[in-house]
Design a protein around this ligand. Structure first.
Ligand SMILES: Nc1ncnc2c1ncn2[C@@H]1O[C@H](COP(=O)(O)OP(=O)(O)OP(=O)(O)O)[C@@H](O)[C@H]1O
Ligand SMILES: [Mg+2]
Length: 353
């Protein structure tokens, strides 16, 4: 007996995307299905190249099709098409070509936002997503320090659009630190900060991006406010260190984003522990993980613990993020895992909203 298209679709309807919880047919992930005799060919369209469950999903899909009676040969192509976000406020114009803006924020300063933003962008680009990184910390831009190997931005055309810098792996970068001298102090008041953030978003020709990561300054000031009121944001990643006091201030920032209608992607805890280079023992320098507890209480995902790792510091100091320079170090692995969770959750938010 020869299988029909319906038989194949029926089998595929039993395969659920582990993260989205919906079957792959209803999600529209099966494209170009052709059944000719016992030969079945189709394309599986994933919602992100960086999903932690992609391998599992591919296997389940193949198994389901192979289990259909009469199927002798299966050819599956896999591609990914990142869905774009819906705005948190009405009438927000998206940045042209940019599917998802992901903000990285914190309550306190110095907790590792920029480190995480830079490595998140690096990890997503390594996984094959078209990624950009916008340094919205106009007072203390750090992106050009943390990624030093880039082709400088240029201003082009009649409309004076800025072509962003291009870093390793085609990562697109922009920072005020690339456009003004590093030693020049920025002494702007609120409205100017807002317009600088808007210019970095809209006067830059980002091209086609799956993810634009925005590294914010600490706290709940003008930059996060402007961002939330200027463009659709897929979600915000809140970074904190483990101590109770830091977490309490991080939760304030989290609540501000919630009030502005911005979805929370989750909380990342940085500097959770230190592994002794000699004996391998783990020392929780800042004590228990208050971030995990706070995430649970607030009903938002806990995205993972990043160790205090000399390799991470070295990556920032040398200007090559650890995810590029030493991807198998403990710190880089933790950062890559966080990146996969962020991508997965952005898909869930984009599909579910
Ligand atoms: N997990 C880590 N292990 C080792 N060093 C780290 C880690 N996270 C951050 N650092 C280092 O700590 C310093 C502060 O990090 P970073 O600049 O990313 O913080 P920030 O939150 O962006 O600060 P700011 O509030 O000033 O923007 C940097 O020197 C960075 O390299
Ligand atoms: Mg920073």
């Amino acid at each position: 007996m020869q299988p029909s298209e319906r038989d194949v679709l029926e089998a595929l309807r039993r395969v659920r995307d582990p993260e989205l919880g919906t079957d792959v047919v209803s999600m529209g992930m099966i494209k170009d299905l052709r059944v000719e005799g016992g030969r079945v060919s189709f394309t599986l369209e994933l919602t992100t190249p960086a999903c932690p469950f992609n391998e599992q999903l591919k296997e389940e899909v193949l198994r389901a099709v192979r289990s259909v009676k009469g199927v002798t040969d299966v050819s599956m192509e896999v591609r990914s098409r990142v869905p774009s976000t819906r705005p948190q406020l009405p009438n927000l114009a998206p940045v042209p070509g940019v599917k998802n803006v992901v903000a990285v924020a914190s309550g306190k300063g110095g907790v590792g936002k920029s480190t995480i933003a830079v490595n998140l962008a690096a990890a997503l680009s390594v996984m094959g997503a078209r990624t950009g990184l916008l340094d919205a910390d106009v007072y203390g831009p750090t992106v050009p320090r943390f990624i030093r190997d880039y082709r400088v931005p240029v201003v082009r055309g009649k409309d004076r659009k800025v072509e962003p810098a291009v870093g390793p792996n085609g990562l697109k970068l922009i920072s005020l630190g690339m456009l003004v001298e590093e030693e020049t102090p920025v002494i702007w008041r609120g409205p100017l900060v807002g317009s600088a953030v808007r210019q970095l978003l809209f006067d830059v020709d980002w091209g086609e991006l799956d993810y634009l990561i925005v590294d914010l300054p600490p706290g709940t000031g003008d930059a996060p406010l402007t961002l939330a009121q200027s463009v659709p944001i897929s979600g915000v990643v809140i970074v904190t260190t483990p101590q109770q006091a830091a977490v309490a201030i991080a939760m304030k920032a989290l609540r501000m984003f919630q009030k502005l209608g911005v979805p929370i992607i989750g909380i990342v805890e940085n500097m959770s522990y230190l592994r002794c280079g000699h004996c391998g023992n783990v020392v929780r320098v800042f004590g228990d993980s208050w971030a995990r507890r706070a995430a649970l209480e607030a009903g938002v995902p806990f995205l993972g613990e990043i160790p205090m790792d000399p390799e991470i510091l070295e990556g920032s100091e040398s200007g090559t993020p650890v995810v590029f320079s030493n991807p198998d170090s403990e710190g880089a692995k933790a950062l890559r895992e966080v990146a996969r969770r962020v991508a997965g959750r952005v898909s869930v938010l984009a599909v579910g909203r």
